[in-house]
Design a protein around this ligand. Structure first.
Ligand SMILES: Cc1cc2nc3c(=O)[nH]c(=O)nc-3n(C[C@H](O)[C@H](O)[C@H](O)COP(=O)(O)OP(=O)(O)OC[C@H]3O[C@@H](n4cnc5c(N)ncnc54)[C@H](O)[C@@H]3O)c2cc1C
Ligand code: FES
Length: 282
């Protein structure tokens, strides 16, 4: 899983094959006839017809994690989980079957295999928040294929900001919600704190994606308990392939990394904080 899959040069047109609402989110599926199979944690820069129609916005493509990818007869089916928060995500969430989706990718570094992240790993713990659950859905299925023991913990703000559970194709999911509409009332990090009690922390490989506040809580908890963790971060991305430096994230030992080429998946101990300037999701 750790080696990135390189994107072919340039953008490709894909056909939207399905669109379905899931809670407050939308899953858009498209057939990528020419692209390679992505790995969990990688992302695509997306745009579509209708780009630039909201008073000229959005101007640039937007970044999206791949939530599922499955080889089909005529290419690879890509699923994206979308939270419509602005002009780009609203256009993408409204795409119907037969529409054109423009993709560049797969981009970025994927999640590492558990024993690469923690040589003593006996199990993986996936911690997702909000629409950030997307890359973990694909990771969970990859780990299930390898029969690696995995626990999934997901948290949502409220009913409106939740959805996509079916992407995990798994009944055993620990749920938390801030408004109490599903599972434990509180934060998903409350569930993680229980899972990392005692010696279990040293044999865990933790993977997380979600809003910056949640990721920072996961990073700090894992550091305190000695559990190796990889975080999939979010920053505003203008190009997605290393040219603009718009996605720079400060490193723990000084300097910066470009999140689009050295991330979006980053080891928790490489960064001082997961609170990233300009990340939209709260
Ligand atoms: C690597 C990576 C992977 C990503 N994966 C996904 C994904 O799988 N699904 C997904 O939906 N998004 C994902 N995002 C986030 C997505 O790219 C951004 O939210 C994008 O900028 C939205 O574009 P827009 O044109 O709709 O809104 P923008 O014009 O970019 O933003 C409009 C306004 O909305 C604000 N905003 C952004 N998010 C929220 C929010 N949750 N609540 C309230 N206000 C908000 C912004 O700060 C801004 O003020 C990912 C980002 C990165 C970097
Ligand atoms: S988004 Fe342009 S360098 Fe990362």
């Amino acid at each position: 899983m750790s080696d990135r899959v390189q994107a072919p040069l340039g953008a490709r047109d894909c056909e939207v094959t399905d669109r379905r609402a899931t809670g407050g989110y939308v899953i858009v599926s498209a057939l990528d006839a020419e692209g390679p199979d992505p790995k969990p944690g990688q992302f695509y820069m997306l745009s579509a017809d209708g780009w630039g129609t909201h008073g000229g916005r959005p101007f640039l493509p937007r970044a999206f994690s791949v939530a599922d990818a499955e080889r089909a007869d005529r290419g690879v089916r890509l699923d994206f989980l979308i939270d419509a928060v602005g002009p780009g995500t609203s256009v993408l969430a409204g795409l119907e079957r037969g529409a054109r989706l423009r993709v560049t990718g797969p981009l970025g570094v994927p999640f590492s295999p558990p024993r690469e992240l923690n040589p003593d790993a006996a199990g993986a713990i996936l911690v997702g928040g909000g629409v950030g659950i997307a890359p973990l859905a694909m990771l969970r299925r990859e780990l299930a294929r390898r029969a690696f023991p995995t626990r999934t913990l997901l948290g949502f703000r409220d009913r409106e900001h939740s959805g996509g559970l079916e992407l995990f194709r798994c009944q055993e999911v620990g749920l938390a919600s801030e408004d109490g509409h599903a599972g434990h009332q509180g934060y998903v990090t409350d569930l993680l704190a229980v899972a990392l009690k005692g010696p279990d922390a040293h044999t865990a490989a933790v993977y997380a994606c979600g809003p910056p506040g949640m990721l920072e809580a996961v990073r700090a908890l894992c550091a305190e308990r000695g559990a190796p963790v990889e975080l999939a971060l979010e920053t505003p991305m203008a190009c997605g392939y290393g040219a603009c430096f718009g996605c720079a994230v400060p490193l723990a030992d000084g300097g910066y990394m470009r999140l689009c080429v050295e991330g979006p998946v980053v080891r928790g101990d490489r960064i001082a904080t997961a609170i990233v300037e300009g990340a939209g999701h709260r």
